[in-house]
Design a protein around this ligand. Structure first.
Ligand code: AVI
Length: 328
């Protein structure tokens, strides 16, 4: 399963030369060149992504936080006391802290991350913000089968919190598999719940600026992939100055795609294999899928879904529990 978020990238990106192996695979063959988006998140990439979330054009983070704040009392009432909150990713975010603070006496917070340093940092920042909260980090790849530690005595239900529309960085089939996996982890059939943030479909004129901001932060984020490739190769394989960032709307896939477009014809080599770019040819580096009602219905088929959305339905937080939605 591929993944493309700070959290999921840390979950599954093997260290060192994984990018080089993926680059040989994705750049030297025929057809559309690709690099997996998990490689966007080295230390510099994580820093740039943090800056993206605060950009005026990047509406998802602040819209989701506003939705959460507005609906916290309802969500907390729905979930009840003694929640064990499980978060794929290290989760020291404002959203996580505010959700935990609003829940009635949460029994435990369980961040799941493959990187011990992120788990430790998240634990420390939560301990400061919510002293007394039991935090049980789990070092694991959340996209792979895993079991949670036994729930503490007072745990009323397990809730998996997966905000940020990170699910949109997976392809549709992968996203469905991940939702099923998380539903199993939460035990949705037995009283658990999922709380998942999804960016909704909207006109490309609204979507594209979020992925091509005026300050050029997203461009730097995308081009950083080539800096990383060159650093890991120990030489310049592809000069970042020869490429420009482009955000494209793929209507058929309902996804904003990030590409790195070669400004001129280029010849390079990696792993003993030639790489050729025509002028204007691109590397596809990320897909950010957007969700309409039908796609959301497919993702959560068979469950009850309560939607918490902003007035313009730009973004939604979906609370998934056992039983069927009125609409389904
Ligand atoms: C992490 N993920 C949900 C972001 C998104 O919107 O797909 C990553 C991102 N890529 C460019 N800007 C933000």
């Amino acid at each position: 399963m591929t993944a493309c978020s700070p959290a999921t990238a840390r979950q599954i990106a093997p260290a060192g030369s994984a990018l080089l192996r993926d680059a040989v695979e994705g750049l030297t063959g025929p057809g559309q060149k690709t690099l997996p988006c998990k490689h966007l998140y080295d230390a510099r990439g994580v820093e740039l992504f943090e800056r993206i979330t605060a950009l005026p054009e990047y509406y998802p983070t602040r819209t989701e936080l506003a939705i959460l704040r507005e609906n916290l009392p309802r969500i907390a009432a729905e979930l009840g006391p003694g929640v064990r909150l499980v978060e794929p990713g290290s989760g020291s975010s404002t959203k996580t802290r505010e959700l935990l603070a609003a829940l009635g006496d949460p029994s435990e917070y369980v961040p799941i991350d493959i990187a011990p340093e992120f788990l430790a940092a998240g634990k420390a920042s939560l301990a400061r913000a919510l002293p007394g909260l039991r935090v049980t980090p789990v070092r694991a790849d959340f996209t792979a089968p895993l079991s949670l530690p036994p729930a503490p005595g007072g745990a009323h239900r397990t809730v998996v919190f997966f905000p940020g529309s990170t699910l949109g960085n997976f392809g549709p089939a992968e996203a469905k598999r991940l939702v099923d996996h998380l539903a199993e982890l939460a035990g949705v059939g037995g009283g658990g719940a999922l709380l998942i943030g999804l960016d909704r479909i909207k006109p490309p004129a609204e979507l594209l600026p979020a992925y091509d901001d005026d300050a050029g932060v997203t461009a730097a984020f995308n081009l950083n992939l080539l800096h990383r490739l060159n650093r890991e190769a120990g030489r310049t394989v592809l000069a970042p100055g020869c490429f420009r960032h482009e955000a494209r709307w793929n209507a058929a896939a309902a996804a904003v795609e990030m590409h790195l477009v070669a400004e001129h014809p280029l010849e390079a080599e990696l792993g003993g294999r030639p790489i050729h770019f025509d002028a204007g040819e691109s590397i596809h580096t990320e897909s950010s899928h957007k969700f309409g009602d039908a796609a959301i219905g497919r993702l959560f088929a068979g469950w009850r879904v309560q939607a918490f959305e902003d007035a313009s339905r730009r973004f939604g937080l979906y609370l998934v529990t056992a039983g069927r939605s009125a609409a389904s």
